[in-house]
Write a new protein. Structure first.
Length: 125
C-alpha cells in the first residue's frame, strides 16, 4: 500500500456492529466504506476503486457474505484479502469461508485486536 491509509470495505447489516467496527478500523488507521447488504456493495463495486481489505458478515440478508466474495472473485477477478465475521461458528460455514479466501474467520463477539492483527498481517504479505 502506498503512503495512503489502507482501505476497508465493510459489509454488515447490523447497524451497531457496523458502527463499532468502523470506529475500531478508523482509530487503527484504516479508511472505511460501509455497506449494509451484499447487493449495495455490488451496485457500488464498479464505480469505486478496489479496497485493500474486505470485512464481510456471512449472515447477510439476500446474498450471503460468502456468495458476495465468490462473486467478486469469479466475476470481477478480485483478490482482495477478506476477513469473514459471523454470529455462528459452524464447521461447514468456516470451511466455506476459508475456501473463499478468508484471512481470518471471527465469531461475534470477537476481540477487535484479532481483526486488526489479521489485517496487518495480510497487509505485509
Amino acid at each position: 500500500m502506498s503512503g495512503r491509509p489502507p482501505s476497508v470495505t465493510l459489509i454488515d447489516d447490523d447497524e451497531s456492529m457496523s458502527q463499532a467496527l468502523t470506529r475500531l478500523l478508523t482509530v487503527s488507521g484504516f479508511t472505511v466504506q460501509r455497506y449494509f447488504s451484499a447487493e449495495a456493495c455490488l451496485d457500488a463495486w464498479p464505480t469505486t476503486s478496489a479496497p485493500d481489505f474486505l470485512v464481510v458478515d456471512i449472515g447477510l440478508p439476500g446474498i450471503s457474505g460468502i456468495k458476495l466474495v465468490e462473486h467478486l472473485r469469479t466475476r470481477c477477478n478480485d483478490k482482495t484479502p477478506v476477513a469473514f465475521i459471523s454470529a455462528y461458528d459452524e464447521p461447514e460455514t468456516r470451511e466455506q469461508a476459508l475456501k473463499a479466501g478468508a484471512v481470518i474467520f471471527l465469531t461475534k463477539p470477537f476481540p477487535g485486536h484479532s481483526l486488526i492483527a489479521a489485517l496487518r498481517t495480510a497487509e505485509r504479505q
